[in-house]
Design a protein around this ligand. Structure first.
Ligand SMILES: [Zn+2]
Length: 256
């Protein structure tokens, strides 16, 4: 854990007309966020905000792309190549090319969205290398950034990312800004359906008490995980939220 980074990095999932789950924001809310960042930047209230998307879903092209273009914002899209073509909701290769041609960066979110901390050494190497190689082959650009599925990471995961040739790892703990094994570990704020503009403004302005509260809430969760184990914690979380485990693993990039 290091000191807070200058830029706020935000993680989005789906952007739909109506929000149907915790990490889905409406198109009008997303437009409102971009308007907020634009107005704060104009009055010199914060450094540029970095926008990221996880999971490579259709709404991130059809609903988010026009709004990004309107505000002249470039985003990072973290996608799982092993899931492309397995369901209609995932962006295909031509669609990823469209995003790339519009100036956005396409990077890795693992091969199949397995939680990296749950992987054996062989599985971990496969998740990291196969996703990097296929993205580079299909898109013709260097892939050296990854966001970790489910926000799960530890020293072993970072070391394996370094061995696979990554340079930056994006995680779901917004106060994180550190370097390990020569890799930059970058914290992100997970934007939810319930995130208000007031809360978002505090995050992009790196408000210490807002970040502190998020960190404390996460430590309470880590305490529970330490008591029951991450596997059981994840199953309990699924039961409480009504997600089946596959959907939850695919959709959720943090739990709390
Ligand atoms: Zn994900």
């Amino acid at each position: 854990m290091g000191t807070a980074r200058q830029n706020a990095v935000l993680a989005y999932h789906e952007v739909m007309l109506e929000s149907n789950y915790a990490y889905c924001v409406t198109s009008s809310a997303f437009a409102g966020h971009l308007r907020l960042f634009d107005s704060l930047a104009k009055i010199g209230q914060h450094s540029p905000v970095e926008i990221t998307f996880d999971d490579g879903e259709q709404s991130q092209l059809h609903n988010a792309l026009p709004l990004l273009a309107e505000y002249g914002v470039f985003a990072r899209y973290f996608v799982t190549p092993g899931l492309i073509g397995t369901a209609a909701k995932f962006l295909g290769w031509d669609e990823l090319k469209t995003l790339q041609n519009a100036g956005h960066s396409i990077q890795s979110h693992g091969w199949s969205h397995k939680f990296l901390t749950f992987c054996s050494d062989d599985e971990l190497a496969h998740e990291l290398s196969a996703s990097k190689q296929l993205l580079e082959q299909k898109l013709g650009v260097a892939v050296d950034e990854i966001s970790v599925p489910g926000g799960r990471w530890n020293r072993r995961v970072i070391e394996a990312c370094a061995a696979a040739g990554y340079r930056r790892v994006y995680v779901s703990d917004p106060w994180i800004a550190t370097t390990m094994f020569g890799i930059e570990v970058i914290g992100r704020f997970m934007v939810r359906r319930t995130t208000t503009n007031a809360e978002l403004q505090k995050i992009v302005q790196r408000d210490h008490s807002a970040l502190w509260k998020l960190r404390m809430r996460s430590q309470v969760r880590q305490g529970i995980v330490g008591l029951v184990g991450d596997g059981l914690y994840h199953r309990l979380w699924c039961r409480l939220t009504g997600y089946n485990e596959f959907e939850a693993a695919r959709q959720q990039d943090t739990h709390d």
